[in-house]
Design a protein around this ligand. Sequence first.
Ligand code: FMN
Length: 329
Amino acid sequence: MKPNFWPLLPRPHLSLAPMEDVTDTVFREVVLAVSDPACLHVVFTEFTSTDGLCHPEGRAKVAQRLRVNDGERALLRRAGVKLVAQIWGANPEKYRRAVQWIREEHDFDGIDVNMGCPVRDVIKTGSCAALIGDPARAREIVLAAREAADCPVSVKTRTGISRHATEAWIGALLDVAPAAIILHGRTQKAQARLPADWDEIARAARLRDARGAPTVMVGNGDVASMADARARAAAAGVEGVMVGRGILADPWFFNPAPREVPRAERLALLWRHCELYTGTWGEARRFQVLRKFFKIYCNGFPGAAELRARLMQAEDAPQVRAILDAEGL
Ligand SMILES: Cc1cc2nc3c(=O)[nH]c(=O)nc-3n(C[C@H](O)[C@H](O)[C@H](O)COP(=O)(O)O)c2cc1C
């Protein structure tokens, strides 16, 4: 059995959020390479379907989401950063089987159950944020995953379905004491429209304290900088903070202070991402998915918009290289 790392992390600790088509092994490696180990403690995979993992033919494709390159593994070890596999589904038995398979085939420090994704197709299956409306099943899922896991099981969720129901919902989860609860301060219906409500996150932390529960609380939503992360953690009384879109605004987010990153360094990181992505995925993932990353590196210097427009036309890595070469990079 691996140790429950959550209560052992420094406070406040910082996590990179699971983001589909963003936080694959490649992007995690890129982020780890430019982060200060004192400022990043946990990273998550993209959400991965337990139905898919239990399907003999579907598994190979779905399991790509759990891929961990040697380069990422080396950086995780060096920095002491924990890696958590995020899974989703509605059937406790499938969690048991999927987690068993993950345990045999992979080496993760934790398993996280997605009880927050608001997308309609996913909700329809009774998974993710739909579990907020079915606490008995949610608890069964945590217990099933924990039974099969050799590592701590956490839950990432929201504050309610159409209205905040933080006390009732987090109270129901605390009954089965997940190792951590990562609480995104929005309801399912709010998706990403309204600002995240950190008062609700503070409410959840108070409930945990009042219960004397061992669950570590992590707040999530709209964290804009390291200083903002520290301030929000202190105000809400949580042990950790998770950052999602902040990394898309600044790949160097996980450093003690914001810094002006020079053009050459930005574009070198863009190329590193591009090379790693095509080397890792080949035909398995479309090159077009990579284009959305160009803007996160290619900004903040004169001529960035024009260069970005040219990069967005590139169809493959050699075309990106040719554009960068023409810039003398
Ligand atoms: C592109 C994208 C993909 C996401 N994919 C996932 C996912 O796979 N699993 C998950 O739990 N949350 C997912 N989320 C939600 C984030 O993990 C996070 O909860 C949300 O973005 C709020 O945090 P932020 O305000 O720091 O971005 C995704 C968000 C974005 C923007």
